[in-house]
Design a protein around this ligand. Structure first.
Ligand SMILES: Cc1ncc(COP(=O)(O)O)c(C=O)c1O
Length: 354
């Protein structure tokens, strides 16, 4: 069924292995992030086959789907108070920054008869989740140590996602120092120093990852083969594991300029156009309800995306090489935003190619 997203399983395993090997050489374990494909277990199996130590997702509902896969699960988004019971049931480890939530996790873990591991998140300037003040970090660590069913497993940071702050030897050294201060206070070592996401991976290449960082949580780097600090491709990885395939439903020659007074388009924006004369235009049966943004790129050279409404994607095929007809399929590579939306859309078939 079209539109569909094709997932190349062996390429996913390859990317996972490449990053896993690189991380291992630096003494780092990987949590491979499953949210971009909504935690579909058959796809996550590729991460397991690629040898990562943990699976991670921001939503408990996805971790629930992954229950049968045989490696520990990490909850990435700090928990809601209303989901603590599910968190302790489906996540082995969760990232946390609020004592009230941690106290509630403790109650839920005690009620379930389990011990739950947490990673205390600190904010090193990106201004998303994490405790900001050093004294508060130490206070929190001390209190967690006193809880009956919560284990302070480590310390972590997230960078780049909100404030665009790039991980560096300097800011990640602060994580090390804070971890050291906690260890001194509680009288034992922390197991995990979780140094961020796909924006931290470039520090491995440059050989300037601080020594105690022993854990990264990678999504984009594995699924798209790109690091997210500078948007560079990662050597020896695939960028086309996930491809959108959409079908031509109309193919006609039309002028490039609409005819009539221009008001707002379907999304409230006022479009502008250049007069390029008569062009060969294709309409594909996929739209912004599925792709979200314009983060899709035709694989074949010479095609140009003209625009999209909720259910239609309009392409200029005038300069494309192929001789297209109705029913033909057009293939696209994706950036992260479109990948998220397409995998979430119930109108898009997901097909794993083994
Ligand atoms: C806390 C946390 N860690 C790691 C990730 C993975 O990020 P990326 O896909 O950039 O590797 C995310 C988001 O998916 C996240 O929210």
């Amino acid at each position: 069924m079209n539109p569909r997203i094709e997932i190349n399983y062996s390429k996913l395993v390859h990317n996972t292995k490449v990053l896993q090997k690189q991380a291992k050489e630096h003494g780092i374990d990987l949590a491979a992030v499953t949210k971009s494909f909504c935690g579909i277990p058959e796809i996550a199996q590729g991460y397991v086959d690629g040898g990562v130590k943990y699976l991670a997702d921001s939503r408990v509902s996805n971790l629930k789907k992954l229950k049968k896969l045989p490696i520990p699960k990490v909850l990435l988004r700090i928990p809601m108070l209303t989901e603590v019971q599910e968190v302790v049931a489906y996540a082995d480890i969760s990232l946390n920054s609020e004592m009230e939530t941690i106290r509630n996790l403790n109650i839920a873990a005690r009620d379930l008869g389990v011990n739950h591991k947490i990673v205390l998140m600190v904010d090193l300037g990106d201004l998303r989740e994490g405790i900001f003040e050093e004294e508060e970090v130490i206070e929190a660590a001390n209190e967690v140590e006193g809880l009956s069913n919560i284990i302070l497993h480590g310390i972590g940071v997230n960078l780049t996602c909100y404030g665009g702050v790039i991980p560096s030897a300097k800011n990640l050294s602060k994580l090390e120092a804070l971890g050291g201060a906690i260890e001194k206070e509680i009288g034992r070592n922390l197991e995990l120093y979780s140094g961020g996401n796909s924006s931290s991976i470039y520090l491995l290449d440059r050989k300037c990852m601080p020594e105690r960082i022993n854990h990264l949580r990678l999504g984009e780097a594995i699924v798209l083969g790109t690091e997210s600090a500078y948007g560079e491709k990662i050597e020896n990885t695939h960028q086309d594991i996930f491809q959108l395939v959409a079908e031509i439903i109309e193919l006609k020659e039309k002028p490039s300029m609409p005819i009539g007074d221009i008001g707002m388009d379907a999304f409230g924006n006022t479009p502008s156009f250049e007069d390029e004369g008569i062009r060969k235009r294709a309409i594909l049966a996929v739209g912004r309800q599925d792709i979200g943004s314009y983060d899709v790129f035709p694989v074949e050279a010479g095609m140009k995306i003209l625009g999209a409404s909720s259910d239609h994607l309009i392409l200029d095929l005038t300069d494309a090489y192929g001789d297209y007809k109705i029913g033909d399929e057009i293939r696209f590579n994706l950036r992260y935003g479109a990948l998220l939306s397409l995998m979430t859309s119930e109108y898009v078939t997901k097909k794993i190619i083994y």
